[in-house]
Structure formats: C-alpha cells, structure tokens
Design a protein around this ligand. Structure first.
Ligand code: PRT
Ligand code: ZN
Length: 294
C-alpha cells in the first residue's frame, strides 16, 4: 500500500476556506461529505482531518497528522502552553489569514501605551503570548483569560485593556477601543512534525510544496498586455513592476505601435496603469495567472 500524508485542517472558521482553496489549487480534489471529519483527497495520496484550529499543533506534534495548517498565533500560544508539544517545523508561510495580535484600550482610558499597563487587567484569548510579551517589557499586569468576545471586556468592567487579534480593525472601532501596540503578526502556515519520515512521505511533501509554491507565487503575479508607441517602449517597460524581460511583438497594420507582454511579479496598482496610459499605452489588460512552474 502506498504511503499517504495526513493533513490537519480547520473544520470551520477563518482558516478553513483558504486552506481548502490552496490544496484544491495544488491539484487535490476535495469532496467532503457534510459532517465528515476525514476525507481522502483525489489527485495525491493525501488524507485530510477536519478539527478545531487549537487542536492542530498537538495533533501534528504527536504525529497523529503529518502536516497541519494553522495560524502562527495559535502555534505560538500552544508551544508556550505545552512545551511537550514543541518540535513543530514551519515549512511554508501560506499568505492568507493575515492578522495582528494587538493591545488596545478604551478611547477615553488612561492607558495609551505599554508602560501604562502596569497593574492593569488585560483580557485575552492568548494568555501565554501576552505573559511573554509583558515579561519582555518588564510589566507586571493581571491577565483575564477569555475564550471569546474579548473586545467587550472593558465595557463590562472585566478588564482595563485587551490583547486580541485584529484584521480590519472594525471590531475594535465598534467597541470604542484604540490599539496602541503590536504583540505579534500572524498568517496561516504549514507545519510538520519533527518525526523522521520515510522517503516516500518526504517525496510526497516535496511534490506538494512545489505545487503550493507555484500557487502562492502566482497569486501576486499578473500577466500584463498592452500596446505602446514604439518611441515609448523603453519608458513603458521600466514602469512594469517586477517584470522579467518582456515580449515585444509588432502589431499588424500599425507601424508606430508594438504590443508588450510581460509577467509582473509584484502587484500592479491603478497608479501604475495611469502612468502607463500617460506614456501612450493603450488596450492595457492585466490577467491573473493560475499556475506557475519553473
Ligand atoms: O472553531 P475554531 O477553534 O477552529 O476557530 P476559532 O474560532 O478559534 O478561530 P477563527 O476561525 O475565528 O480564526 C482562526 C484563525 O484565523 C486565527 O487563529 C487567526 O490566525 C486567523 N485570523 C485572521 C483571525 C482574524 N483574522 C480575526 N480577525 N482570527 C480572529 N479574528 C477575530 C478577532 O479575534 C476579533 O474578534 O476577528 C475580530 C476582529 O476582526 P476585525 O476585522 O474586526 O479587525
Ligand atoms: Zn480556535
């Protein structure tokens, strides 16, 4: 029987969609029966296990799963809380579920900086990370552990400040809170156990990683096509962000114009398109790239 890899994924929540999408774009067919906790993917010998994100670090550390996708915040909290579960290696940063663990306090509060936290009560779902941060900053404060609804703690007079994840900042604003320090930045990462794997599993991981790298690289990369006056080709190609040597092709029936095609490895902003247009570029098309290799 050929060896397969078992990957722990979040069952439902902010990581779930991004994790499945990345694996599907990497060529796995995922047909999940509603309610099923496991699923055998088609395309590569990979089995998926759907769990709560908090359980992913220990499932991988204990070798129940070979790989897992979790937020760096959860991995660090778990590593600090259960040193016996350490020994996870981050194999890739996956470029989704970005967020920042921040300290925040009510707008009208006396707390507006880390120094003001001495003796304060701070509500958080990340007590270990918070304790480490406070220690590094020589602050003695009281941690109020809460599993959820952390932002409401100051209004309920349960805490003077909070330490919570922020992405858009809308939740902080809706609760009259202002952030004043960053504890850590986080994104989804792929982790593996430190256990020794057989050659077959290692080869399967390399194959999966190569595909994932192609998907991740293609997300920021775009294919740009435009027509440009011959006289402005130099200026226009210099404006293309992160472009390799562009392809320059004559246009049928247009002596004065050339078509430029290029792969841009950086984000193409509207400002760049406006600058291109100002230099005479026409019929500008920016196309997504689905997969890249080599
Ligand atoms: O059920 P399970 O335990 O699996 O899920 P969960 O409820 O513990 O986690 P979930 O699905 O909410 O988040 C999973 C992971 O997504 C987190 O561990 C982070 O790594 C990442 N992530 C990214 C976020 C956010 N963005 C985020 N905005 N996790 C939580 N939030 C919450 C935050 O706690 C706050 O309540 O969203 C609110 C703030 O959002 P904004 O946009 O208003 O700033
Ligand atoms: Zn969770």
């Amino acid at each position: 029987m050929s060896k397969s890899l078992r990957i722990a994924l979040q069952k439902k929540g902010r990581l779930a969609e991004g994790s499945i999408k990345l694996l599907e774009q990497s060529g796995l067919g995922i047909f999940r029966n509603p309610g099923a906790l496991t699923c055998r993917a088609r395309g590569l010998p990979i089995e998926l296990l759907f769990v709560r994100d908090d359980d992913i670090p220990s499932l991988v550390a204990k070798g129940v799963c070979d790989l897992g996708i979790a937020g760096e915040n959860v991995l660090l909290e778990e590593a600090l809380a259960s040193p016996e579960d350490q020994g996870l290696q981050t194999v890739r940063s996956l470029g989704f579920s970005f967020c920042t663990l921040k300290l925040a306090a009510p707008k009208d509060s006396k707390i507006s900086g880390v120094e003001d936290l001495r003796g304060a009560r701070i509500a958080t779902s990340y007590p270990q990370i918070l304790a480490k941060y406070l220690k590094e900053n020589d602050i003695i404060a009281d941690c109020v552990p809460l599993k959820g609804a952390v932002e409401i703690a100051p209004a309920l007079e349960l805490a003077d400040a909070i330490c919570d994840l922020v992405s858009s900042g809308a939740t902080l604003a809706a609760n009259g809170l202002v952030d004043f320090a960053t504890v850590m930045k986080s994104e989804a990462v792929l982790v593996r156990s430190n256990n020794v794997w057989d050659d077959e599993r290692e080869a399967l991981l390399r194959r999966l990683l190569r595909r994932m790298d192609g998907v991740i690289a293609s997300r920021a990369t775009k294919y740009i096509m435009l027509n440009a006056p011959k006289s402005a080709i130099g200026e226009i190609t210099e404006l293309l962000p992160g472009a390799d040597a562009p392809t320059i092709i004559p246009l049928a029936g247009r002596e004065d114009q050339m078509a430029i095609h290029a792969v841009c490895r950086e984000t193409i902003f509207w400002d760049t398109l406006e600058e291109l247009e100002a230099r005479g570029a026409q019929s500008i098309l920016v196309l997504p790239i689905e997969k890249m290799m080599g």
